[in-house]
Design a protein around this ligand. Structure first.
Ligand code: DLL
Length: 435
């Protein structure tokens, strides 16, 4: 179902008109009400009069995570405190978190973004949506919750963790829609598979909305097979509101971005210039409707590309490729750029391995080392009790051809690598701790 056909299926010309109008308004607000943006715009010698259409967006300054940290907590807020309805924060592990503040209208816009994604997967009254994203400052839990509520579905706010109980409730309450990180969905799938008590055949699951971390087509196949569902991507970031900046439709051929609310650009992260249409680069968003804390040209660090052709589902909203990774997750090993998601993509091509892995990079005798821990599926481990894969070579060759450097692969028995109930951690770069 298309939740808001007017916005999701608008002609490109009309969309540009709408974006131009909204950009002009938001730039005026930022200039008038935010010291930060007035200073940034002055540095670039630009005023609101220079912004006459969306094509002028490149004249505006970028905003980075460092800016948001410097302006913590309320430096970018442009409404009086009496209008603030909610505050969320990103899951930064060090220093001050990045926070986002919302007016009541911002919360409405946000829940509409999530509702559009879930409606595309057919969610509505009569469905039970188990929200296994973390509730709290993280936007995943409450974001998915409000989106499901807006569609009239029943919300089951289990939050993340406590896997046994999640599965019991999933079975007893006939959950048919699951919302969590793909790595936690995999953990739930594994626990169901290993259980003597429950069987996926007796459960009601129909679809899942997975996001908050990069995942691959291989992971989608595994989740769809193991959980008997259709697995949809949901994308978002705290700085733009949270989940629901975009999501997949039934065609599963890219993540539609709600560009009436968030204007996307792709730039070359080195030159900061726009890339040619269809090329990979860093995703940048300008919030076109946010009231409490509008953000101009936010550099997400997410690497992807955009497709503007109309989708078979009828939506015209631009489609984004799966996020390849974040530029700050990219590891440079022996001079070669390696993204963790490339390893996941290789692993899921081989039935013997779980899509779990851990990369450790170090420097020994002035040379980078690249160690990769992978885990066997139980059925393959049983065939080979000493835990050695008879044919490790194909995996090794695939990784060398995909990333261009040779890993030291360590095959581990089932259930050895740490499982995550939120965003999974896949890497440790020990070079960071050396001088
Ligand atoms: O992760 C919001 C969210 C919650 C999205 C639940 C989807 C579902 P942050 O914690 O601020 O917000 O992290 C945002 O997570 O810049 C991406 O790097 C990554 N990310 C989010 N969704 C996806 C996705 C939430 N579907 C950062 N695919 C973003 C790949 C994703 N990466």
């Amino acid at each position: 179902m298309i939740y808001n056909p007017q916005m999701e299926c608008m002609s490109r010309e009309e969309m540009r008109e709408l974006q131009s109008q909204r950009l002009k308004d938001i730039v005026k607000t930022c200039y008038r009400k935010s010291k930060f943006y007035r200073r940034k715009m002055a540095e670039m010698d630009v005023t609101p009069d220079d912004i006459q259409s969306i094509d002028d967006i490149h004249k505006l300054p970028f905003t980075t995570k460092f800016d948001l940290r410097d302006e913590y907590p309320f430096g970018l807020m442009v409404v009086p405190p009496t209008e603030i309805a909610r505050v969320h924060a990103s899951s930064g592990t060090t220093g001050k978190p990045v926070i986002d503040v919302y007016t009541k209208n911002d919360l409405d816009m946000w829940s509409e973004g999530v509702a559009r994604v879930m409606a595309a997967g057919g969610v509505g009254p009569g469905d039970t949506v188990q929200v296994s994203y973390g509730y709290g400052l993280f936007t995943g839990g409450l974001g998915a919750h409000e989106g499901a509520a807006r569609l009239g579905a029943c919300q089951l706010p289990t939050s993340s963790g406590n896997t046994e109980k999640q599965i019991m409730l999933m079975e007893d309450l006939r959950t048919n829609v699951l919302a969590c990180t793909p790595s936690y969905a995999m953990r739930l799938a594994e626990a169901i598979q290993n259980s003597d008590r429950v069987s996926i055949n007796k459960m009601a699951l129909r679809c899942g909305f997975f996001g908050a971390e990069p995942w691959t087509e291989g992971m989608r196949r595994e989740l769809e097979e193991k959980l008997h569902i259709k697995a949809y991507d949901i994308y978002g970031l705290t700085e733009m509101c949270g989940p629901g900046v975009g999501g997949e439709c039934e065609c599963q051929n890219g993540t539609h971005l709600w560009e009436d609310m968030f204007y996307p650009e792709i730039i070359n992260p080195e030159t900061l210039q726009p890339v040619a249409p269809g090329e990979f680069g860093e995703l940048v968003f300008t919030s076109l409707c946010k009231e409490a804390m509008p953000i101009l040209r936010y550099r997400t660090r997410d690497l992807t590309r955009l497709h503007y052709e109309k989708c078979e589902c009828g939506r015209t909203a631009v489609r984004m490729d799966r996020i390849l990774g974040r530029s700050d997750d990219m590891m440079i090993i022996r001079g070669v750029n390696v993204f963790p998601s490339q390893i996941e993509a290789c692993l899921t091509e081989f039935p013997a391995f779980q899509p779990y892995y851990f990369i450790t990079v170090d420097r020994v005798n002035n040379e980078d080392t690249f160690d990769l821990d992978v885990e066997l599926k139980p059925e393959y481990f049983r065939r080979s009790p000493e835990g050695q894969m008879p044919h490790i070579q194909p995996l090794y060759d695939r990784i060398v051809s995909m990333v261009g450097i040779k890993p030291n692969i360590h095959i581990l028995p089932p259930m050895t690598l740490e499982r995550s109930s939120g965003k999974a951690k896949h890497t440790c770069d020990k070079r960071n701790f050396k001088n």
